[in-house]
Design a protein around this ligand. Sequence first.
Ligand code: ADP
Ligand code: MG
Length: 226
Amino acid sequence: MAELVIHDLKKDYPTRSEPLEILKGIELELTSGDNLAVIGPSGSGKSTLLNILGTLDHPTSGTYTLNNIDPFTLEEDELASFRNANIGFIFQEHHLLPQLSVLENILIPTMANGKPSQDDVTRAESLIARVGLTDRSHHRPAELSGGERERVAVARSLICGPSLLLADEPTGNLDRRNAQQIGELLLEIQQAEEMILVVVTHSSELAGMLGQQLEINDGCLVRAGA
Ligand code: ADP
Ligand code: MG
């Protein structure tokens, strides 16, 4: 059972004068099967929050536990393996490696400890089938459409079986139809795997597909539209 608990989380960025206070006291609790849309204007701190949830950035103060572990107490190499084992990421700029095939891109996260195992390859193939790209598994990213590349990023985020899946503007570069399909795919997989899903999005359509909508307003997470 996955559990994410955040209490009074703050993030400042230093400047030459006063620090820039971006997050001013975030409260959040999510468990397996929960899915959440985080909305808010550009610059409100959505990516900052998502990066902290993903342990890619540290909060200035406050507490964060994922599956009863405070990731920020871990040493750097422990943190890297904790992140790899527990958290999947999908970014708008999907960061696929151009010289690698679809299959190889999806296997990258399994290579932290060396060569992918046969089990990893089998899991990658089944994820490729699940995102509808079986006949594309040996193609390179440049040979795919934007929607197809986003599907590869979805499969790659799932290869290590995360309990927390984070997506930052996953449909930002897609047309409406592809955006809707990616939204449906994410939800279908999230529910089947009972993960926690947090999606940052500008799209009210995508936000509306998710179970909860919260907005970053003056550094705090509040019910959207409240
Ligand atoms: P959003 O994703 O909601 O558009 P971000 O979380 O990217 O917003 O950024 C929130 C604010 O923090 C912005 O004003 C941005 O300029 C600032 N910011 C983000 N990262 C840094 C950084 N590393 N150093 C200083 N300021 C930053
Ligand atoms: Mg952002």
